[in-house]
Design a protein around this ligand. Structure first.
Ligand code: PSU
Ligand code: MN
Length: 301
């Protein structure tokens, strides 16, 4: 059912480091043609740290863990490539559809393939005005029942960050800041909210993963929240101003459901002269590098 590439399968079987990468950020989170270059660059970053990249997507109804260059190209350039959260996977499989996988679908497929470490930009979460829309990303519920370590720059700042942190607490998902006691704010190094735990190096993250397994209990994820370096963050004043506009535009245009997140991210890119894109990429690069180091520490453990 799940097609695992030879390289990924062999690395998993041999206990060598592997890092799962999501594809929604490529297909729907980044502008073309930059998105393809980024997809290739992220795989290279994983390799440079001595780990094997496993980008995940569904092509013609087949879930793939580990894509070759042609397949990565399809995800980045094909028109009509869908956005698939985990609930969409059986529908895509049965109808032969192609789609990029969100954090929830990627985490599910990675775990099925035996890949324990996953890097992304920012998680989905609870949207602002949740009381009216009930819009909470499926990422949260899936991470509450999937044993995977997700390295991210927090949750997207377009969200209600404190509500998302609260939901993660309620759902029993472990959260730690990497080298910081502050929860990162995706484009910003600091969301303005604290985290209860701070981890200092990849070996310590691997210790937590071992402890998760040793303790048993619900198979929840570990979120390693890794801030974008302050020098590379988006100017916080610009961020606040443009985000306000973006949320208003989203409302005015009646955007709902799966389209909300790509709409807001795109609005920010266009109204910050690409500065939000650079901050987003800086965050993702840092997360991918750290994930590869955690995967290496986990492989040694
Ligand atoms: N982080 C990014 N860019 C993205 C996303 C995350 O830097 O495009 C994607 C992820 O795939 C995440 C999804 O799972 O947005 C959440 O979408 P929604 O809010 O519709 O659940
Ligand atoms: Mn949503």
């Amino acid at each position: 059912m799940v097609l695992v590439s030879d390289e990924v399968r062999e690395a998993v079987a041999a206990g060598r480091p592997v890092v799962a990468l999501e594809s929604t950020i490529i297909a729907h989170g980044l502008p073309r043609p930059r998105n393809l270059r980024v997809a290739l660059e992220l795989e290279e970053l994983v390799r440079a740290e001595g780990a094997v990249p496993a980008t995940i997507a569904v092509l013609d109804g087949r879930p793939h863990v580990g894509l070759d260059k042609g397949q990565l190209e399809r995800v980045a350039t094909e028109d009509g490539i869908r956005k698939l959260s985990h609930r969409d996977l059986p529908l895509a499989v049965a109808t032969g559809a192609s789609g990029a996988t969100t954090v929830s679908a990627t985490a599910l497929l990675a775990a099925r393939a035996g890949v324990r470490v996953f890097a992304t930009g920012g998680l989905g979460g609870v949207h602002r005005r949740w009381t009216e829309t009930q819009d909470e990303s499926a990422d949260l519920g899936l991470l509450a029942r999937t044993r995977i370590t997700v390295v991210c720059a927090g949750v997207k700042s377009i969200l209600d960050v404190p509500a998302t942190l609260q939901r993660l607490e309620t759902l029993g998902v472990s959260v730690a800041g990497y080298g910081t006691g502050r929860f990162p704010g995706f484009y910003l190094s600091d969301s303005g909210h604290p985290v209860d735990w701070t981890l200092g190096d990849p070996a310590q993250v691997a210790e937590v993963m071992r402890a998760q397994d040793a303790l048993g209990g619900p198979e929840a994820a570990l979120i390693v929240a890794n801030p974008v370096p302050e020098a590379e963050q988006l100017d916080p004043a610009l961020h606040a101003r443009v985000l306000d506009d973006a949320l208003r535009a989203c409302d005015a245009e009646g955007i709902t459901g799966q389209a909300v997140t790509p709409f807001l991210l795109d609005h920010l890119v266009r109204h910050t002269d690409g500065a939000s894109l650079e901050a987003n990429l800086a965050a993702v690069r840092g997360n991918v590098r750290l994930a590869a180091r955690i995967a290496a520490a986990w492989a040694r453990a």
